[in-house]
Ligand binder design. Structure first.
Ligand code: PMP
Length: 428
């Protein structure tokens, strides 16, 4: 296909999408990518062009991992029902998952998406605390349901005046004071709720604060925050949809902080692309919830989804992917820091494992955010066969979040392509 034919084929596809799906969807990149195949850390477009995937945390054990594909196909060929019949697979999965949590977390309930998991966690928190007030961070994203929209201000819709939701500034790195400052914001927001007659129910945080711009440090800063939540009579909900399943160099993002959440939600990488998600919880909370309410989710925890998630856990263990995230992530951070030395636009590099944020500002950390340059870099990388994105309130943080099978060679390719893009930007 000639370049002209390819452009008009893309334009036709974009127009067809708009006509059929309506205007609420957004595509990545100035030149949308039409992907047709994936393998490991690589994606291929309709013209056969290869892209290094440094962004997709869903296919976290690698695109189309044969072991996961085989597990899905095998179980789909035997039986797919739901959790109102007895089946071992969902129980095997529950056992394997619960073995990765601290002792206080003893039950797990299955859903299909991260949004459903968070929605269920809110319901459990409401039922068990008797409260309705929740706190999230200012640029958080927790999902698509009506209950979660107020807790997802990154969608651009601030909570209504009478909403029981309060937003707090994200934990900007402030050394040892990071946790104390964040805990104070949380305590103040709970006090404010109480003054309005709203009983606290919970704080929900993405434990890597991805849409807030990737805020991992210093590890441990969530400890005083958990105390502040409990002092208000509320529950701490760790949203592990982004940070979980080894991404941050440990199985769970909250583990970096040495805390035990009351509720843990997970999704995205759990089925490596197959829709499976869950809420793990303190058994006493579910005892109370279960006594008052029944739960059935037609597709949540079905045997095919459970087989997919079990295969993902197998691959993570067999290929040492948690360790790889820590090791390759550290290598990538070192290479990015070397780049920073010659690039004044890079104000800060933050990361844990294979979740890295590169903050761009004009004039160092105290300078002004550089979202335009971030957007240009993301698009230049795409044009040169590397996929990343940008996040944060000002959209000035390059978000690097590759599949966990990323190797040092892949990291080199990413850094070299980024270096070229930074030089292009510097040249004006
Ligand atoms: N929580 C976080 C932190 C997320 O990033 C997302 C998805 N981007 C969700 C929840 C919602 O997950 P899903 O899209 O599977 O509903």
């Amino acid at each position: 296909m000639s370049a002209d034919d390819e452009t008009s084929a893309t334009e036709r596809l974009v127009a067809r999408r708009k006509r059929l799906l309506g205007p609420a969807y957004r595509l990545f990149y100035d030149e949308p990518v039409h992907l047709v195949r994936g393998e490991g850390v690589f994606l291929y477009d309709s013209a056969g062009r290869r892209y290094l995937d440094a962004y997709n945390n869903v296919a976290s054990v690698g695109h189309c991992h044969p072991r996961v594909v085989e597990a899905i196909a095998r179980q789909a060929g035997i039986l797919n029902t739901h959790t109102r019949y007895l089946h071992e697979t969902v129980l095997d999965l529950a056992e394997r998952l619960l073995a990765t949590f601290p002792a206080g977390i003893g039950n797990v309930m299955f859903t299909c998406t991260g949004s459903e998991a968070n929605d269920l966690a809110l319901r459990i928190a409401r039922t068990t605390t008797g409260g309705s007030g929740f706190i999230a961070t200012e640029t958080a994203y927790h999902g698509v349901t009506s209950a979660l929209v107020d807790l997802s201000p990154s969608l651009g819709l601030p909570p209504a005046q009478d909403s029981p939701v309060r937003l707090v500034p994200p934990p900007r790195p402030a050394g040892d004071a990071t946790g104390a400052v964040f805990a104070r914001h949380v305590a103040t927001a709970f006090d404010d709720m109480k003054k309005s007659g709203i009983r606290p129910a919970g704080l929900i945080v993405d434990t890597i604060f991805s849409s807030d711009g990737v805020l991992p440090d210093p590890a441990g800063f969530l400890k005083p925050v958990v105390d502040a939540v409990h002092a208000a009579g509320a529950l701490f909900i760790a949203d592990e949809v982004q940070a979980g399943f080894g991404r941050c160099g440990q199985m769970w993002g909250f583990a970096r902080h040495g805390i035990v959440p009351d509720l843990v939600t997970m999704g995205k990488p759990m089925g490596n692309g197959h829709p499976v998600a869950a809420v793990a919880a303190r058994p006493d909370l579910l005892a109370e919830f279960g006594a008052r309410s029944r739960y059935f989710n037609t597709f949540g925890g079905n045997p095919v989804s459970a087989a997919a998630a079990l295969a993902v856990l197998d691959v993570i263990a067999a290929e040492g992917l948690v360790e790889n995230a820590g090791r390759t992530g550290a290598y990538l951070m070192t290479r990015l820091r070397a780049l920073q030395a010659s690039c004044p636009l890079i104000a800060e590099i933050r990361g844990a494992g294979l979740f890295i944020g590169v903050e761009l500002r004009d004039g160092g950390l105290a300078g002004s955010p550089a979202p335009k340059q971030a957007g240009r870099i993301v698009n230049l990388l795409r044009d040169n066969g590397v996929l990343i994105s940008a996040s944060g309130r000002e959209a000035n943080v390059l978000k690097i979040r590759p599949p966990l099978v990323f190797s040092t060679e892949h990291a080199d390719l990413l850094v070299e392509t980024l270096d070229q893009a930074l030089q292009t930007i510097a040249a004006g």
